[in-house]
Design a protein around this ligand. Structure first.
Ligand code: NAI
Ligand code: OAA
Length: 339
Protein backbone atom coordinates (compact mmCIF):
# COMPACT_ATOMS: atom_id res chain seq x y z
CA UNK A 1 0.00 0.00 0.00
CA UNK A 2 1.49 3.30 -1.06
CA UNK A 3 1.32 6.58 0.81
CA UNK A 4 -0.40 9.25 -1.25
CA UNK A 5 1.11 12.66 -1.86
CA UNK A 6 -1.11 14.11 0.85
CA UNK A 7 0.59 11.74 3.33
CA UNK A 8 -2.39 9.42 3.87
CA UNK A 9 -2.54 5.74 2.97
CA UNK A 10 -5.47 4.56 0.90
CA UNK A 11 -6.46 5.37 -2.64
CA UNK A 12 -4.46 8.04 -4.42
CA UNK A 13 -6.57 7.91 -7.59
CA UNK A 14 -10.23 7.40 -8.39
CA UNK A 15 -11.72 4.22 -6.97
CA UNK A 16 -14.48 2.01 -8.36
CA UNK A 17 -16.92 1.00 -5.64
CA UNK A 18 -19.69 -1.56 -6.22
CA UNK A 19 -22.71 -1.63 -3.91
CA UNK A 20 -25.12 -4.56 -4.19
CA UNK A 21 -28.67 -4.19 -2.95
CA UNK A 22 -28.25 -0.56 -3.93
CA UNK A 23 -31.99 0.18 -3.98
CA UNK A 24 -32.54 -1.22 -0.50
CA UNK A 25 -32.63 0.61 2.81
CA UNK A 26 -28.94 0.37 3.60
CA UNK A 27 -28.07 1.24 0.02
CA UNK A 28 -30.08 4.43 0.28
CA UNK A 29 -28.27 5.43 3.48
CA UNK A 30 -24.85 4.38 2.18
CA UNK A 31 -24.50 5.62 -1.38
CA UNK A 32 -24.78 9.33 -0.63
CA UNK A 33 -22.19 9.15 2.12
CA UNK A 34 -19.74 7.27 -0.10
CA UNK A 35 -20.30 9.80 -2.88
CA UNK A 36 -19.69 12.69 -0.46
CA UNK A 37 -16.24 11.32 0.43
CA UNK A 38 -17.03 9.99 3.90
CA UNK A 39 -15.39 6.63 3.20
CA UNK A 40 -12.01 7.44 1.70
CA UNK A 41 -11.59 11.15 2.27
CA UNK A 42 -12.24 14.28 0.28
CA UNK A 43 -9.48 13.81 -2.31
CA UNK A 44 -10.53 10.46 -3.79
CA UNK A 45 -12.81 10.56 -6.84
CA UNK A 46 -15.51 7.87 -6.76
CA UNK A 47 -16.92 5.74 -9.58
CA UNK A 48 -20.06 4.06 -8.26
CA UNK A 49 -21.48 0.78 -9.53
CA UNK A 50 -24.96 -0.15 -8.36
CA UNK A 51 -25.96 -3.83 -8.60
CA UNK A 52 -29.61 -4.73 -8.19
CA UNK A 53 -32.07 -7.44 -9.20
CA UNK A 54 -34.01 -6.70 -12.41
CA UNK A 55 -37.22 -5.77 -10.56
CA UNK A 56 -35.38 -3.07 -8.57
CA UNK A 57 -33.55 -1.49 -11.52
CA UNK A 58 -36.08 1.31 -11.82
CA UNK A 59 -35.65 2.22 -8.16
CA UNK A 60 -31.87 2.15 -8.65
CA UNK A 61 -32.29 4.57 -11.55
CA UNK A 62 -34.12 6.93 -9.21
CA UNK A 63 -31.24 6.77 -6.74
CA UNK A 64 -28.77 7.50 -9.53
CA UNK A 65 -30.86 10.58 -10.43
CA UNK A 66 -30.70 11.74 -6.82
CA UNK A 67 -26.95 11.16 -6.70
CA UNK A 68 -26.68 13.37 -9.80
CA UNK A 69 -28.79 16.01 -8.12
CA UNK A 70 -26.38 16.26 -5.19
CA UNK A 71 -23.63 17.46 -7.58
CA UNK A 72 -21.00 15.79 -5.40
CA UNK A 73 -17.66 17.10 -6.65
CA UNK A 74 -15.99 13.73 -6.06
CA UNK A 75 -18.56 11.58 -7.85
CA UNK A 76 -17.24 10.82 -11.34
CA UNK A 77 -19.88 8.33 -12.50
CA UNK A 78 -22.77 6.09 -11.51
CA UNK A 79 -23.40 2.86 -13.41
CA UNK A 80 -26.43 0.66 -12.73
CA UNK A 81 -26.62 -3.01 -13.62
CA UNK A 82 -28.37 -6.27 -12.84
CA UNK A 83 -25.36 -8.22 -14.13
CA UNK A 84 -22.67 -9.04 -11.53
CA UNK A 85 -19.92 -9.42 -14.14
CA UNK A 86 -20.54 -5.86 -15.29
CA UNK A 87 -21.02 -4.43 -11.80
CA UNK A 88 -17.77 -5.91 -10.46
CA UNK A 89 -15.68 -5.32 -13.59
CA UNK A 90 -12.49 -3.54 -12.53
CA UNK A 91 -13.90 -2.69 -9.11
CA UNK A 92 -11.63 -2.23 -6.08
CA UNK A 93 -14.26 -2.15 -3.35
CA UNK A 94 -17.34 -4.38 -3.25
CA UNK A 95 -19.96 -3.79 -0.57
CA UNK A 96 -22.23 -6.84 -0.65
CA UNK A 97 -25.39 -5.55 0.98
CA UNK A 98 -28.15 -7.22 -1.06
CA UNK A 99 -29.24 -10.53 0.37
CA UNK A 100 -32.26 -12.69 0.90
CA UNK A 101 -33.94 -11.87 4.21
CA UNK A 102 -35.52 -14.56 6.32
CA UNK A 103 -39.27 -14.66 5.84
CA UNK A 104 -41.94 -16.20 8.06
CA UNK A 105 -41.76 -19.98 8.09
CA UNK A 106 -38.41 -20.12 6.28
CA UNK A 107 -36.05 -22.81 7.56
CA UNK A 108 -32.44 -21.90 8.19
CA UNK A 109 -31.32 -24.29 5.45
CA UNK A 110 -33.60 -22.49 2.96
CA UNK A 111 -32.14 -19.13 4.00
CA UNK A 112 -28.57 -20.36 3.63
CA UNK A 113 -29.38 -21.93 0.25
CA UNK A 114 -31.06 -18.74 -1.02
CA UNK A 115 -28.07 -16.66 0.04
CA UNK A 116 -25.65 -19.19 -1.41
CA UNK A 117 -27.43 -18.54 -4.70
CA UNK A 118 -26.51 -14.85 -4.37
CA UNK A 119 -23.06 -14.88 -2.76
CA UNK A 120 -21.65 -17.83 -4.73
CA UNK A 121 -22.19 -16.21 -8.16
CA UNK A 122 -21.12 -12.80 -6.83
CA UNK A 123 -17.90 -14.33 -5.45
CA UNK A 124 -17.29 -15.95 -8.82
CA UNK A 125 -17.92 -12.66 -10.68
CA UNK A 126 -15.55 -10.85 -8.31
CA UNK A 127 -12.94 -13.52 -8.94
CA UNK A 128 -13.27 -13.20 -12.69
CA UNK A 129 -13.70 -9.46 -13.20
CA UNK A 130 -12.67 -7.33 -10.20
CA UNK A 131 -9.43 -5.34 -9.92
CA UNK A 132 -6.37 -7.05 -8.44
CA UNK A 133 -6.69 -4.94 -5.27
CA UNK A 134 -10.36 -5.89 -4.67
CA UNK A 135 -11.59 -5.69 -1.08
CA UNK A 136 -15.01 -7.07 -0.19
CA UNK A 137 -17.20 -6.24 2.78
CA UNK A 138 -20.23 -8.48 3.26
CA UNK A 139 -23.08 -6.75 5.07
CA UNK A 140 -26.01 -8.93 3.97
CA UNK A 141 -27.00 -11.55 6.53
CA UNK A 142 -25.95 -14.13 7.55
CA UNK A 143 -22.89 -11.95 6.92
CA UNK A 144 -20.09 -14.20 8.20
CA UNK A 145 -21.24 -17.27 6.32
CA UNK A 146 -22.12 -15.27 3.19
CA UNK A 147 -18.54 -13.92 3.22
CA UNK A 148 -17.19 -17.46 3.52
CA UNK A 149 -19.34 -18.57 0.56
CA UNK A 150 -18.22 -15.62 -1.59
CA UNK A 151 -14.55 -16.24 -0.74
CA UNK A 152 -14.91 -19.93 -1.56
CA UNK A 153 -16.07 -18.98 -5.07
CA UNK A 154 -13.13 -16.63 -5.60
CA UNK A 155 -10.07 -18.90 -5.51
CA UNK A 156 -7.82 -16.31 -7.18
CA UNK A 157 -8.55 -13.60 -4.59
CA UNK A 158 -6.81 -13.87 -1.20
CA UNK A 159 -9.42 -14.94 1.35
CA UNK A 160 -8.26 -12.11 3.62
CA UNK A 161 -9.87 -9.68 1.17
CA UNK A 162 -13.34 -10.95 2.14
CA UNK A 163 -14.68 -9.46 5.37
CA UNK A 164 -18.01 -9.68 7.20
CA UNK A 165 -19.29 -6.58 8.94
CA UNK A 166 -19.34 -6.59 12.74
CA UNK A 167 -18.48 -2.91 13.02
CA UNK A 168 -22.08 -2.04 13.78
CA UNK A 169 -21.95 -4.33 16.80
CA UNK A 170 -18.63 -2.73 17.81
CA UNK A 171 -20.11 0.76 17.57
CA UNK A 172 -23.20 -0.33 19.50
CA UNK A 173 -20.94 -1.69 22.25
CA UNK A 174 -19.01 1.59 22.46
CA UNK A 175 -22.24 3.56 22.76
CA UNK A 176 -23.65 1.30 25.46
CA UNK A 177 -20.43 1.59 27.49
CA UNK A 178 -20.39 5.36 27.07
CA UNK A 179 -24.00 5.60 28.18
CA UNK A 180 -23.42 3.43 31.26
CA UNK A 181 -20.22 5.12 32.43
CA UNK A 182 -20.96 8.68 31.34
CA UNK A 183 -17.62 8.76 29.49
CA UNK A 184 -17.66 10.19 25.97
CA UNK A 185 -17.31 7.71 23.12
CA UNK A 186 -14.16 9.56 22.08
CA UNK A 187 -12.48 8.52 25.35
CA UNK A 188 -13.09 4.77 24.79
CA UNK A 189 -10.72 2.29 23.19
CA UNK A 190 -10.06 -1.44 22.78
CA UNK A 191 -13.61 -2.76 22.54
CA UNK A 192 -13.96 -6.16 20.89
CA UNK A 193 -16.72 -8.13 19.18
CA UNK A 194 -15.92 -11.83 18.88
CA UNK A 195 -17.70 -14.42 16.76
CA UNK A 196 -20.73 -14.27 14.53
CA UNK A 197 -22.84 -11.23 13.58
CA UNK A 198 -25.80 -12.78 15.36
CA UNK A 199 -27.32 -13.05 18.80
CA UNK A 200 -24.44 -15.36 19.85
CA UNK A 201 -21.78 -12.69 19.34
CA UNK A 202 -19.60 -11.80 22.32
CA UNK A 203 -19.15 -8.08 22.94
CA UNK A 204 -16.08 -8.06 25.18
CA UNK A 205 -15.07 -5.04 27.22
CA UNK A 206 -12.52 -6.87 29.37
CA UNK A 207 -9.67 -5.03 27.59
CA UNK A 208 -11.53 -1.76 27.06
CA UNK A 209 -10.04 1.53 28.21
CA UNK A 210 -11.53 4.85 29.26
CA UNK A 211 -9.00 7.64 28.70
CA UNK A 212 -6.28 5.01 28.87
CA UNK A 213 -7.42 3.34 32.10
CA UNK A 214 -9.06 -0.09 32.37
CA UNK A 215 -12.86 0.01 32.45
CA UNK A 216 -14.31 -0.77 35.86
CA UNK A 217 -17.90 -1.98 35.64
CA UNK A 218 -19.88 -4.64 37.48
CA UNK A 219 -19.76 -8.10 35.90
CA UNK A 220 -23.50 -8.36 36.64
CA UNK A 221 -24.15 -5.35 34.36
CA UNK A 222 -21.91 -6.87 31.70
CA UNK A 223 -23.78 -10.18 31.71
CA UNK A 224 -27.34 -8.97 32.30
CA UNK A 225 -27.37 -5.66 30.42
CA UNK A 226 -24.38 -4.94 28.22
CA UNK A 227 -24.04 -8.21 26.30
CA UNK A 228 -27.79 -8.80 25.74
CA UNK A 229 -28.35 -5.17 24.72
CA UNK A 230 -25.56 -5.18 22.14
CA UNK A 231 -26.29 -8.67 20.83
CA UNK A 232 -30.04 -8.00 20.71
CA UNK A 233 -29.86 -4.47 19.30
CA UNK A 234 -30.62 -5.48 15.72
CA UNK A 235 -33.82 -7.22 16.82
CA UNK A 236 -34.77 -4.28 19.09
CA UNK A 237 -34.47 -1.90 16.15
CA UNK A 238 -36.57 -4.13 13.92
CA UNK A 239 -39.17 -4.21 16.69
CA UNK A 240 -39.17 -0.42 17.08
CA UNK A 241 -38.78 0.69 13.48
CA UNK A 242 -40.56 -2.13 11.70
CA UNK A 243 -37.47 -2.67 9.57
CA UNK A 244 -33.84 -3.33 10.26
CA UNK A 245 -31.05 -0.88 11.02
CA UNK A 246 -30.12 1.03 7.90
CA UNK A 247 -28.38 4.35 8.64
CA UNK A 248 -26.30 2.85 11.45
CA UNK A 249 -25.41 -0.14 9.26
CA UNK A 250 -24.36 2.21 6.45
CA UNK A 251 -22.31 4.24 8.93
CA UNK A 252 -20.58 1.08 10.14
CA UNK A 253 -19.73 0.08 6.57
CA UNK A 254 -18.11 3.49 6.07
CA UNK A 255 -16.14 3.09 9.32
CA UNK A 256 -15.03 -0.44 8.39
CA UNK A 257 -13.78 0.43 4.91
CA UNK A 258 -12.12 3.67 6.04
CA UNK A 259 -10.18 1.89 8.80
CA UNK A 260 -9.28 -1.04 6.52
CA UNK A 261 -7.78 1.28 3.93
CA UNK A 262 -6.53 4.18 6.00
CA UNK A 263 -5.54 2.32 9.17
CA UNK A 264 -6.76 2.12 12.75
CA UNK A 265 -5.80 4.68 15.38
CA UNK A 266 -2.55 4.13 17.28
CA UNK A 267 -3.22 2.40 20.59
CA UNK A 268 -6.71 1.29 19.60
CA UNK A 269 -8.30 -1.48 17.61
CA UNK A 270 -11.63 -2.30 16.02
CA UNK A 271 -13.64 -5.45 15.23
CA UNK A 272 -14.06 -7.14 11.87
CA UNK A 273 -15.20 -10.51 10.58
CA UNK A 274 -12.12 -11.94 8.89
CA UNK A 275 -10.99 -15.39 7.82
CA UNK A 276 -9.50 -17.18 10.80
CA UNK A 277 -6.02 -18.64 10.68
CA UNK A 278 -6.55 -20.30 14.04
CA UNK A 279 -6.00 -17.30 16.33
CA UNK A 280 -7.57 -17.63 19.78
CA UNK A 281 -8.57 -21.23 18.99
CA UNK A 282 -11.03 -20.24 16.24
CA UNK A 283 -10.91 -22.98 13.58
CA UNK A 284 -9.14 -21.94 10.39
CA UNK A 285 -11.34 -20.92 7.49
CA UNK A 286 -14.27 -19.58 9.54
CA UNK A 287 -15.13 -15.92 9.01
CA UNK A 288 -15.14 -14.76 12.61
CA UNK A 289 -15.07 -11.37 14.30
CA UNK A 290 -11.78 -10.60 16.04
CA UNK A 291 -10.08 -7.56 17.57
CA UNK A 292 -8.06 -6.18 14.67
CA UNK A 293 -5.75 -3.36 13.69
CA UNK A 294 -5.11 -2.29 10.14
CA UNK A 295 -2.08 -0.86 8.42
CA UNK A 296 -1.17 -0.78 4.77
CA UNK A 297 -4.64 -2.03 3.81
CA UNK A 298 -4.31 -5.31 5.76
CA UNK A 299 -5.94 -6.40 8.99
CA UNK A 300 -3.95 -8.06 11.76
CA UNK A 301 -5.57 -9.88 14.67
CA UNK A 302 -4.49 -8.25 17.95
CA UNK A 303 -2.26 -10.95 19.47
CA UNK A 304 -1.85 -12.37 22.96
CA UNK A 305 -4.88 -10.94 24.72
CA UNK A 306 -5.70 -12.71 27.98
CA UNK A 307 -8.90 -14.78 27.63
CA UNK A 308 -10.57 -15.65 30.92
CA UNK A 309 -12.99 -18.55 31.42
CA UNK A 310 -16.08 -16.39 30.86
CA UNK A 311 -14.72 -14.97 27.61
CA UNK A 312 -13.61 -18.41 26.46
CA UNK A 313 -17.08 -19.87 26.88
CA UNK A 314 -18.72 -16.92 25.08
CA UNK A 315 -16.27 -17.06 22.18
CA UNK A 316 -16.68 -20.83 21.92
CA UNK A 317 -20.49 -20.48 21.90
CA UNK A 318 -20.46 -18.14 18.92
CA UNK A 319 -17.80 -20.16 17.11
CA UNK A 320 -19.97 -23.26 17.55
CA UNK A 321 -22.73 -21.45 15.66
CA UNK A 322 -20.29 -20.52 12.88
CA UNK A 323 -19.23 -24.18 12.66
CA UNK A 324 -22.88 -25.22 12.37
CA UNK A 325 -23.46 -22.71 9.58
CA UNK A 326 -20.33 -23.91 7.78
CA UNK A 327 -21.47 -27.52 8.03
CA UNK A 328 -24.91 -26.56 6.70
CA UNK A 329 -23.58 -24.68 3.65
CA UNK A 330 -20.96 -27.36 2.98
CA UNK A 331 -23.77 -29.94 2.95
CA UNK A 332 -25.58 -27.77 0.40
CA UNK A 333 -22.46 -27.82 -1.82
CA UNK A 334 -21.89 -24.08 -1.36
CA UNK A 335 -18.20 -24.31 -0.41
CA UNK A 336 -16.43 -25.58 -3.53
CA UNK A 337 -12.94 -26.90 -2.90
CA UNK A 338 -13.57 -27.45 0.80
CA UNK A 339 -14.40 -30.68 2.57
N1 NAI B 1 -23.94 -6.86 9.13
C1 NAI B 1 -24.73 -5.97 9.72
O1 NAI B 1 -24.35 -5.35 10.73
C2 NAI B 1 -26.12 -5.69 9.21
C3 NAI B 1 -26.63 -6.42 8.17
N2 NAI B 1 -27.89 -6.16 7.71
C4 NAI B 1 -28.34 -6.96 6.58
O2 NAI B 1 -28.14 -6.21 5.37
C5 NAI B 1 -28.99 -6.72 4.36
C6 NAI B 1 -29.66 -5.58 3.60
O3 NAI B 1 -30.49 -4.85 4.47
P1 NAI B 1 -31.50 -3.76 3.87
O4 NAI B 1 -30.80 -2.84 2.94
O5 NAI B 1 -32.20 -3.19 5.04
O6 NAI B 1 -32.48 -4.69 3.04
P2 NAI B 1 -33.52 -4.29 1.91
O7 NAI B 1 -34.44 -5.46 1.77
O8 NAI B 1 -34.07 -2.93 2.13
O9 NAI B 1 -32.61 -4.22 0.60
C7 NAI B 1 -31.98 -5.35 0.05
C8 NAI B 1 -31.81 -5.06 -1.41
O10 NAI B 1 -31.01 -6.11 -1.95
C9 NAI B 1 -31.48 -6.36 -3.25
N3 NAI B 1 -31.01 -7.67 -3.69
C10 NAI B 1 -31.51 -8.89 -3.38
N4 NAI B 1 -30.84 -9.84 -4.05
C11 NAI B 1 -29.87 -9.21 -4.75
C12 NAI B 1 -28.87 -9.67 -5.64
N5 NAI B 1 -28.73 -10.96 -5.93
N6 NAI B 1 -28.06 -8.75 -6.21
C13 NAI B 1 -28.21 -7.44 -5.95
N7 NAI B 1 -29.16 -6.95 -5.12
C14 NAI B 1 -29.98 -7.84 -4.52
C15 NAI B 1 -32.99 -6.23 -3.13
O11 NAI B 1 -33.60 -6.01 -4.39
C16 NAI B 1 -33.11 -5.02 -2.21
O12 NAI B 1 -33.19 -3.81 -2.93
C17 NAI B 1 -29.96 -7.66 5.08
O13 NAI B 1 -29.48 -8.99 4.91
C18 NAI B 1 -29.82 -7.25 6.54
O14 NAI B 1 -30.17 -8.31 7.40
C19 NAI B 1 -28.65 -5.14 8.21
C20 NAI B 1 -28.18 -4.38 9.26
C21 NAI B 1 -26.88 -4.63 9.85
O1 OAA C 1 -31.01 -8.76 11.71
C1 OAA C 1 -31.01 -7.85 10.86
O2 OAA C 1 -31.52 -7.95 9.74
C2 OAA C 1 -30.33 -6.56 11.18
C3 OAA C 1 -28.97 -6.71 11.69
O3 OAA C 1 -28.19 -7.56 11.31
C4 OAA C 1 -28.52 -5.74 12.70
O4 OAA C 1 -29.18 -4.72 12.90
O5 OAA C 1 -27.50 -5.99 13.33
Amino acid sequence: MRSCRNGTTGYCHSVKITVTGAAGQIGYALLFRIASGAMFGPDVPIELRLLEVPQAMRAAEGIAMELDDCAFPQLKSVDISDDPTRAFDGTSVALLVGSRPRTAGMERGDLLAANGGIFGPQGRAINDTAAADIRVLVVGNPANTNAMIAAAHAPDVPAARFNAMTRLDHNRALSQLARHTGAPVSSLARMTIWGNHSATQYPDLSQALITGDPVKVEQGWVEREFIPTVAGRGAAIIDARGSSSAASAANAAIDHMRDWMRGTKAGDWTSAGIVSHGSYGVPAGLVCSFPVTSSGGNWQVVPDLPINAFSRSRIDGSVAELLDERAAVAALGLLPGQA
